[in-house]
Ligand binder design. Structure first.
Ligand code: ADP
Length: 260
């Protein structure tokens, strides 16, 4: 029997007022897999990503992590979380605790050094002893070529370096699942490459990743599966080699034609 998916989302719906942003999304992510979410601006990619780790609470649907119990959404944040039973609560905690998100803007604490930014999460939320968190953080900073910046403040770094620290901060939580929300779209073009290189290395090391991206060449090179979203629905999904060279759907074709 094949291994259960690490993450399974089914029938996700989410509205902001009258704006029906997710319209029945199904998604499976297997261990070690890289899934890229592509599509026009406003198609619901970020909202989908945020739904996968509990930052957004859909109105309907379920999300299950690693074969555990699923979170069932039944209408708005308060109802989704507030009425959750103990099993659902445990499922929600699993989503939060076992995934880590890298944002478009790095959200580093400006008043903390690089090392402090990376160790704060493990120490505060995972109860990792500080010495251990620091040694792990230094190893990770070394890997992305930033060990010499350990005592620098975020403002002293370039945008690309800040984003690499953002990635290290996510890795330091030792998550099972890494979620990336357009991690390069706020960067100057010449800084994009260094961040994509780190992400590519993580993919090669076997990290499980869901990546919202406009970098289609990156998706093509790194993703195992690409989902093309439009208007809150998955229009087409498949291997990048197939989707980029011979999309089945007219809408996918039009989108790729515009952006490639
Ligand atoms: P994408 O990532 O594909 O650009 P988003 O998920 O960011 O799409 O947004 C999808 C739609 O949801 C857009 O119409 C956006 O304006 C709306 N939206 C996103 N977040 C919120 C929010 N917190 N409140 C209200 N509307 C939102």
């Amino acid at each position: 029997m094949s291994e259960a998916p690490l993450l399974t989302a089914t029938g996700l719906h989410l509205s902001f007022g009258d704006n029906h942003v997710l319209r029945g999304i199904d998604l499976e992510v297997r261990r070690g897999e890289v899934v890229a979410l592509i599509g026009p601006s406003g198609s619901g990619k970020t909202t989908l990503l945020r739904s996968l780790n509990g930052l957004a609470a859909p109105d309907a649907g379920t999300v299950a992590f690693d074969g555990g119990p699923s979170v069932t959404f039944d209408g708005g944040p308060r109802r989704a979380w507030g009425r959750a039973g103990r099993r659902a609560q445990a499922a929600r905690d699993a989503l939060r605790d076992r995934s880590a998100m890298v944002f478009q803007h790095h959200h580093l604490f400006p008043h903390l050094t690089v090392l402090q930014n990376v160790t704060e999460g493990p120490v505060q939320t995972r109860c990792v002893p500080r010495a251990e968190a620091e040694s792990r953080a230094l190893g990770l900073l070394e890997r992305v070529g930033l060990a010499d910046k350990r005592d620098a403040y975020p403002r002293e770094l370039s945008g690309g370096q800040q984003q690499r620290v953002g990635i290290v901060r996510a890795l330091a939580l030792q998550p099972d699942l890494l979620l990336f929300d357009e991690p390069t779209s706020a960067l100057d073009p010449e800084l994009v490459g260094e961040v994509l290189t780190v992400m590519k290395e993580l993919a090669e090391e076997g990290w499980t990743m869901v990546v919202v991206t406009h970098e289609l060449q990156f998706a093509r090179a790194v993703a195992d599966e690409v989902l093309f979203l439009d208007d809150g629905a998955v229009v087409e999904r498949g291997a990048p080699s197939t989707m980029f060279s011979a999309p089945r759907e007219e809408r996918t074709r039009r989108f790729l034609h515009q952006v490639l």
